[in-house]
Design a protein around this ligand. Structure first.
Ligand code: SAM
Ligand code: SF4
Length: 336
């Protein structure tokens, strides 16, 4: 594919936001069923409907040619997609891509961490909501805490630039885990981000409004034990960071409800079925799979479709926890 030259259109939306970050959901499937992410009984997409690995690579190359310099591979659980390592190796070689990063539930990291690092993955985010094995099982429905802890250890050994934990905190489910999770992050030299639950898709078994636990409450819990210092450091995502005094550990807060971050949004998402989603909290999207399959090999047409899509990037999301979700897509389609 032709690389962007200085005359290539840049990815700037109607609100002046430059898009430099693409998140790709490589599969909607997962070996867990986290209660905030999925219903217990999920229908997954038939194989023919999801992008092939070659198609994903083509879209990624087009974005990099247009100036995107950071790609996150996510899912579903990205490490259950067959061939994902090959894809990562290819993406790792894309000229112009500064950062290739991954979000995973950690269940396959023990056997894959070293190869992921070799493939060119710079940083990994690992989801971990509790250190209590029973609560872990309740939150993930199918997950094994032991396996994930083994995966975290393998990631530490593999030499990534940074390993970060992601924790979704729900009132009366795992809010008591906030301080133990930070103690764990400190003991392992990891960063950690706390995420407010977003109302994406219909989930069974819990009430999102009743179980909402805000970033401010989490911060308050932590300040009873730790001194948190402001830091201007960021990772180019939606987290606001604080540093734990006397340590290298950063604590991030992803607060879609309490601290809207849309003004600085630099992201778009490719869903597992090849829709380019312009905002996690809206349905504005462009069907890139149709472009790919109706004009195979036409890189310019694909780039034009991507540039044109920015005209419909919404200004912000409006999440409402007390009503039925207006977004019927679950998080596994877009990968957080
Ligand atoms: N399976 C991988 C994992 O769990 O890390 C990657 C995909 S997962 C959808 C990406 C992130 O989204 C995870 O950190 C998960 O905790 C978070 N997540 C899932 N559903 C969410 C929701 N409804 N609200 C907020 N975060 C959510
Ligand atoms: Fe799977 Fe990640 Fe969703 Fe949990 S949050 S069900 S691990 S995709």
């Amino acid at each position: 594919m032709k690389l962007a030259d200085s005359s290539a259109p840049s990815l700037v939306d109607r609100f002046g936001r430059q898009v430099s970050y693409l998140r790709i959901s490589v599969t909607d499937r997962c070996d867990f069923r986290c209660i905030y992410c999925m219903a217990e009984d999920m229908q997954f997409l038939p194989r023919a409907q999801i992008l092939t690995l070659e198609e994903i690579e083509t879209v990624a190359s087009a974005f990099v040619a247009l100036g995107v310099d950071k790609i996150r591979i996510t899912g579903g659980e990205p490490l259950v997609r067959k061939g994902v390592l090959d894809l990562l190796r290819k993406l790792g070689r894309l000229e112009g891509l500064r950062e290739l990063v991954l979000t995973t539930n950690g269940s396959h990291l023990a056997e894959m961490a070293a190869e992921l690092r070799e493939a060119g993955v710079k940083r990994v985010n690992i989801s971990l909501d509790t250190l209590d094995p029973d609560r872990f099982r309740q939150m993930t429905r199918f997950g094994s805490l032991e396996r994930v802890l083994g995966g975290i250890e393998a990631a530490r050994q593999a030499g990534f630039d940074r390993v970060k934990l992601n924790s979704v905190i729900l009132r009366n489910r795992n809010h008591q885990d906030v301080r133990p999770l930070v103690a764990f992050a400190l003991s392992q030299g990891l960063d950690i981000s706390f995420i407010e639950e977003m109302p994406l898709g219909v989930v069974d078994g819990h009430d999102r409004a009743e179980e909402y636990y805000s970033s401010d409450e989490i911060r308050h819990d932590l300040e009873r034990e730790y001194t948190l210092l402001p830091t201007t450091e960021g990772t180019g995502g939606p987290s606001r960071y604080l540093r734990v005094a006397g340590t290298q550990t950063r604590i991030g807060f992803i607060s879609p409800h309490s601290h809207n971050f849309c003004g600085s949004c630099n992201r778009v998402r490719l869903t597992a079925e090849g829709r380019l989603l312009l905002c996690l909290g809206n349905e504005h999207s462009v069907d890139l799979k149709r472009v790919l399959r109706s004009h195979p090999g036409d890189a310019e047409r694909l780039q034009r479709a991507i540039v044109a899509s920015l005209a419909i990037k919404p200004e912000r999301h409006y999440f409402e926890l007390r009503e039925q979700p207006v977004i019927f897509r679950h998080m596994n389609m877009t990968g957080g």
